[in-house]
Design a protein around this ligand. Structure first.
Ligand SMILES: C[S@@+](CC[C@H](N)C(=O)[O-])C[C@H]1O[C@@H](n2cnc3c(N)ncnc32)[C@H](O)[C@@H]1O
Ligand code: SF4
Length: 407
């Protein structure tokens, strides 16, 4: 029996003709932000032995699962968290050295999520020497009151200094994560953040995350009766104002909240959006393998550090996803992206895995969405209109309600 309580499944055979991305999850954070509901390991003192134990565990899991990457076009390496920049650089180096024996990192898009508190000349030197060529800096806001309200450890000047030294580096694509829709945030305070991004000319990418507040988090409990969250209309206005401003600065919108210019787009995230496969290693990481003959399998690693460390190579659980369910997910995900989807690509991905009736249904559903003004179509390439992009949740629900369940 597997730790999932089900019989072991044989993993689907990977298809060598399909690209794949590699994801490494790093759970460490210097402090737990009061709004965060991710499983993280709070480690203010950089406990070195724990960081190395985690590196060894990642390598064990990599050895057990690297066959998935063999002979394939590995597009990207994404190091996410938690806060990967909080991980000891020696531990990160240890893992990247092992991976680079199999994969030429210089030919990939190698992204690291970084917190402003962890960035200085020394860490930048180390990360670049290891092959990292893209940073996502968790700025969240340039406003003191917003950063204090959400309990971040950095202040605006730290974010600005960090950005300045990162943007000064050659061969490093630098981007920011920002939050909008924070309780108490007004359109005018958000505009200051949007304008700050527009002024950072070498910046290659920015992601605006709509703030989510889970009731189980300390801020969720505390703020329930406190500051009002901007309404859904205000949040939409915030996002569209950002999109308009950043478009003028040459940023292209790739997904509802993701913008990039000058090669800043993430190859890894693009794989997710286009139904690509990925191998995820580490605590709580997910992997996806698609093999029309044996199905779509999602592997989910334990979200608890001790459980993962006890058995990194085989503590994950495989869940079989019905190809038809995956087709629906694929359609819904495409509704979030400006690229939308091409019917030919969809057919290539799903032929033999779902019934021809379901593929035909997908086409008819997309045509109906064109009639409703939420998609536009040109030579079987369907893209969300602005209206469709704003209503992607509703469109996903509309698709789910009508989806034929036979296979
Ligand atoms: C997985 S986190 C990792 C980055 C890093 N730990 C940090 O917080 O700076 C990636 C991004 O998710 C976003 N995020 C985290 N919690 C969120 C929440 N409750 N609502 C919306 N976005 C959130 C933040 O913008 C963050 O930069
Ligand atoms: S730094 Fe990021 S992952 Fe860590 S606790 Fe804060 S929001 Fe969560």
């Amino acid at each position: 029996m597997s730790p999932c309580g089900a019989s072991e499944m044989s993993p689907p055979a990977p298809r060598p003709d399909r690209p794949v991305g590699l994801y490494l999850h790093v759970p460490f954070c210097g402090a737990k932000c009061p709004y965060c509901n991710y499983p993280v390991d709070v480690d203010p003192d950089h406990t070195t032995s724990r960081h190395f134990a985690y590196a060894d565990a990642l390598i064990d899991e990599y050895e057990a699962r690297r066959h998935v990457l063999k002979g394939r076009d590995v597009r990207s390496l994404y190091i996410g968290g938690g806060t990967p920049s909080h991980w000891q650089t020696d531990a990160l180096e240890h893992v990247l050295q092992r991976v680079s024996r199999d994969i030429e990192l210089a030919s990939l898009d190698v992204t690291l999520e970084a917190n402003p508190c962890d960035i200085d000349g020394g860490t930048l030197d180390a990360w670049q020497a290891f092959g990292i060529d893209r940073l996502n800096i968790g700025v969240q806001s340039f406003q003191t009151d917003i950063l204090e309200r959400i309990g971040r450890r950095h202040d605006p000047s730290r974010a600005e200094e960090t950005l300045a030294i990162s943007l000064d580096r050659d061969a490093l694509r630098v981007g920011c994560d920002l939050l909008f829709g924070v309780p108490g945030q007004s359109l005018s305070t958000w505009r200051r953040d949007v304008d700050a991004i527009a002024a950072l000319d070498p910046l290659t990418h920015v992601t605006a995350y709509e703030f989510e507040l889970d009731d189980s988090t300390p801020m969720g409990e505390r703020d329930a009766d406190d500051l009002a969250r901007p309404s859904s209309d205000e949040r939409l206005e915030m996002l569209e104002m950002a999109a308009d401003t950043w478009r003028k600065q040459g940023f292209e919108r790739h997904e509802i909240g993701s913008f990039a210019r000058r090669e800043g787009a993430s190859r890894h995230t693009t794989l997710y959006w286009t139904g690509g496969e990925y191998l995820g290693l580490g605590m709580g990481a997910h992997s996806l393998t698609i093999a029309p003959s044996s199905g779509v399998v999602r592997r989910v690693n334990p979200a608890d550090l001790e459980t993962y460390l006890a058995s990194p190579a085989d503590s994950g659980c495989d869940e079989s996803i019905e190809p038809s369910e995956y087709l629906l997910q694929r359609l819904s995900l495409a509704m979030r992206t400006t690229r939308g989807l091409e019917m030919d690509v969809l057919r290539h991905q799903f032929e033999g895995a779902v019934s021809s009736r379901q593929l035909e249904w997908a086409r008819e559903a997309l045509d109906q969405l064109v009639d409703r003004g939420v998609l536009c179509e040109e030579r079987s390439h369907y893209r969300p209109t602005d209206r469709g992009l704003h209503r992607e949740d509703g469109v996903a629900r509309w698709l789910a309600r009508r989806f034929p369940t036979d296979s």
